[in-house]
Design a protein around this ligand. Structure first.
Ligand code: HSE
Length: 433
């Protein structure tokens, strides 16, 4: 790296890659003023030809590995996604002495321990602000701004596509598939949108947040995972009638017995700030021993917002090429694994929706089954039958109950005569600290 120029290679010319190059070119002057270096895009890795793209004076290679071998590049920006070619590319680029900036949460969650240790041993930096919550600087906040705190909880809406879908379904009554197609056309969704829907994308991000918050190694196996596909429009409506909003949350919490790491749709009281975060916005609530509760809100997906985080990492590297602190807040060798609390052992309040025949005795059988397991009911409401059906939905909220206990109770209840096998079971979190 020369004293006054930072040579950048960008691999991947999708939504985020294009937006990053756009900022590098349009904001060149201000980036130079802020970093003390001239930012030069020297090489672009684009696996396909895009005649309409403008890469300025940069060389273009179809084989992205050519950028790992390019001696001119100081910082390699990986925006191709996936965990196969991206892994080979980053590993090779680190071995060639290049700093890395990536938005690839799957790669960091799965291979981050190895790649970060390799970067440390090679004297280069690996930065991934764009990997979690798009444009929100949550990684910097946890790694640097909260350094004086013991972090006890991180909870948030960390998938923009999922939040966009839930918001459009609940506020406008739009159909799931139609909203997902719109999220894809707006550049919010993953290449495989299943990851947005089934909670995989949020789980990758939560693994990174948990590591930063609690000083534990990245553990891809740790999160319990449930997606928004577990929800029906009726559940969103019933929750709203009871004063709750349903949000797809990632929650990492430090307990005396270990840490909880879980991703699932959650009922939140509508008075909580997280409940009001709609559309593609993400929000991350962090609880620290000194600062108390912080909530960072901002766009969680989309090209320009994500590129904003990519560029922040590039500027950080330009300012401190010798290192601005460990990537996960602690040197890789100092991260300490801690016990994981299984979802079955985590108690919470629960939302339960059952569908039953409207006959005498059905309700008392259900409440008796709950009472047998010491499950206390907070409210129980019978709803009108859905159109064309003779059975009726019943919706109940419980007091604090461990996951294993409520699951066993629901299994028994759905085996009762006059109770259908279909049900919804969702956690309720009030975040009262
Ligand atoms: N598909 C992701 C989301 C992109 O919707 O949040 C940002 O990580």
């Amino acid at each position: 790296m020369s004293l006054d120029t930072l040579n950048i290679g960008v691999c991947g010319v999708g939504t985020v890659g294009l937006a990053t190059m756009d900022i590098l070119m349009r904001q060149a002057e201000v980036l130079e003023a802020r970093s003390g270096k001239s930012m030069k895009l020297v090489h672009v890795g684009a696996r396909r030809e895009h005649p309409d793209h403008d890469y300025g004076d940069a060389r273009v290679s179809r084989d992205v590995m050519a950028l790992a071998e390019d001696p001119e590049i100081d910082v390699l920006v990986e925006l191709i996604g996936g965990t196969s070619a991206a892994y080979d590319l980053i590993k090779r680029a680190i071995q060639q002495g290049k700093h890395i900036v990536t938005a690839n949460k799957a790669l960091i969650a799965e291979h981050g321990n190895e790649l970060i240790a390799l970067a440390e041993a090679s004297g280069v930096q690996i930065r991934f602000e764009a990997a979690v919550a798009g444009g929100i600087p949550i990684i910097k906040a946890l790694r640097e701004s909260m350094a004086g705190n013991e972090v006890t909880e991180v909870a948030g809406i960390i998938n923009g596509t999922g939040n966009f879908i839930l918001t459009e379904m609940s506020t406008k009554g739009r159909a799931f598939d139609e909203v997902l197609a719109e999220a894809q056309s707006l550049g919010y969704a993953e290449a495989d949108p299943t990851f947005d829907i089934d909670g995989t994308d949020a789980a990758h991000k939560l693994v990174i947040l948990a590591s930063l918050a609690f000083g534990v190694p990245l553990d891809i196996e740790s999160p319990f995972k449930q997606g928004i596909d577990a929800l029906t429009p009726e559940d969103l409506d019933y929750a709203a009638e009871m004063g709750y909003r349903v949000k797809h949350l990632g929650i990492a919490r430090q307990q005396a017995a270990g840490i909880e790491v879980r991703v699932h749709p959650t009922l939140i009281p509508e008075s909580k700030q997280l409940a009001t975060v709609d559309g593609v916005l993400n929000a991350v609530m962090v609880t620290g021993s000194a600062v108390g509760e912080l909530v960072l809100v901002g766009p969680g997906a989309g090209g320009p917002a994500t590129a904003s985080s990519v560029c922040a990492d590039i500027v950080d590297i330009a300012r401190s090429p010798l290192g601005s602190g460990p990537a996960l807040g602690l040197p890789a060798a100092s991260l300490n694994a801690t016990a994981l609390i299984a979802s079955d052992d985590i108690a919470s309040e629960w939302y339960v929706r059952l569908t039953v025949a409207d006959r005498p005795g059905v309700m008392s059988n259900i409440t008796q089954t709950l009472a047998d397991r010491d499950i206390s009911i907070e409210s129980l409401v019978q709803k009108a039958p859905l159109s064309g059906q003779s059975e009726v939905p019943i919706v109940l909220l419980t007091h604090q109950t461990p996951g294993s206990v409520i699951s066993e109770a629901i299994e028994e209840i759905t085996g009762l005569p006059d109770v259908q096998s279909d049900y919804a079971l969702l956690r309720v979190e009030s975040f009262e600290h």
